[in-house]
Design a binder for this molecule. Structure first.
Ligand code: FAD
Length: 317
């Protein structure tokens, strides 16, 4: 079923979460066993992130270095199929512009529709770690709005290189990302929201936000989004801080601020166990306040580790 239909039919706010595909060589069953306790809270869908290729340098016996491309977390389509069949919930794969030609995108969407996927989160992706600027593939998409247009085109039976519309229409519900603290490349919040509106106007039906730790930033974002005339559901994305290293890593990686009240508590922590307890408490507090303010769904970034999210969900759902 489509995520927007779950939202519209729900009698109470929904619980959902996101997982990372296992690293190449690691077991999918271990990952699925790990998240199975979260099924107690009846998530209608589980997001599966996508990780584009990275470049590594392989040293040859003659001393020469060869640049090779590698995907550390392959297997999105298989993981979606496994989630659908094992838990009977919908899987929502993340689909990137980066690393894909339009034809590869089309083929990926056909595969996904054949295994019963009805939702995708459309994203641009970032530059590979070895590059400092996002560059689309030749004949790929530069911005998510163009990826959304391609998916919606397929929903109308429009395929690349086909003269006429085809009889088989996909039927994807498309979500897109929103940034309560602005996307790091956007020149200003106003322009970031203008581009967000372009994604909605292209046919996206809901927004999931980047993680944030200060609910006031989310409420302000929602207010501005509504002022732009965007009416689609906005799902807040939440991440419990669980390790000392995340205190510096999260702001650096995701271009967000940690509120002073949270930092005052984290500063007292001596080890990861202390941090995790504070992170869980903070996420519970955030979740309750967001629910009091009428959000349709709470979406948790689990990083494939379910225990912190389980403790939060137990308090909330
Ligand atoms: P876009 O909407 O294309 O925007 C990218 C930038 O371009 C923004 O600064 C925007 O303001 C600007 N822009 C947009 N349109 C225009 C235009 N017409 N002219 C000029 N500027 C424009 N990354 C992954 O690799 N894998 C994942 O699984 C993944 N999951 C994510 C899930 C969520 C909920 C979120 C919030 C992010 C996720 N990301 C993921 C990260 C995401 O790929 C990056 O943040 C990426 O840099 C931007 O993606 P986007 O879809 O928001 O891009």
């Amino acid at each position: 079923m489509k995520i927007v239909d779950y939202i519209h039919q729900a009698k109470k706010p929904l619980f959902s979460f996101e997982i990372l595909p296992p690293l190449k060589g690691q077991s999918l069953n271990e990952l699925l066993d790990g998240i199975s306790p979260l099924m107690e809270f009846k998530p209608p869908f589980v997001d599966v992130t996508y990780h584009r290729e990275e470049f590594i340098y392989k040293k040859h016996p003659n001393g020469l270095l060869e640049k090779v491309s590698t995907k550390k977390r392959p297997g999105t389509v298989g993981i979606c199929a496994a989630i659908i069949s094992r838990f009977q919930v919908d899987a929502c794969p993340h689909l990137l512009c980066g690393g894909f030609t339009k034809e590869e995108t089309e083929n990926a969407l056909i595969d996904l529709s054949f295994i019963g996927v009805q939702n995708v989160l459309a994203l641009r992706g970032d530059a590979p770690k070895s590059e400092n600027k996002f560059t689309p593939e030749e004949n790929g998409h530069s911005y998510t709005k163009d990826l959304v247009k391609q998916i919606i085109g397929m929903n109308h039976g429009r395929y690349l290189n086909e003269e006429t519309e085809s009889g088989f229409h996909t039927d994807f519900c498309v979500g897109v990302a929103g940034y309560p603290e602005k996307h790091f490349e956007a020149p200003s919040m106003k322009f970031d929201l203008k581009y967000l509106k372009e994604k909605i106007d292209a046919g996206a039906e809901y927004i999931v936000t980047q993680m944030f730790f200060d609910n006031r930033k989310f409420f302000e974002f929602v207010r501005k989004v509504r002022e732009m005339g965007i009416e689609v559901p906005i799902i807040p994305g939440l991440k419990p801080i669980t390790t000392l290293s995340q205190i510096t890593m999260l702001p650096r990686t995701f271009f967000l601020d940690l509120p002073d009240d949270l930092m005052d508590e984290l500063e007292k922590c001596k080890n990861n166990a202390d941090v995790k307890a504070v992170g869980i408490e903070w996420a519970i507090h955030q979740s309750k306040e967001l629910l009091d303010n009428g959000v349709p769904c709470l979406h948790y970034y689990t990083m494939s580790k379910a225990d912190a999210t389980y403790k939060i969900a137990k308090e909330i759902f």
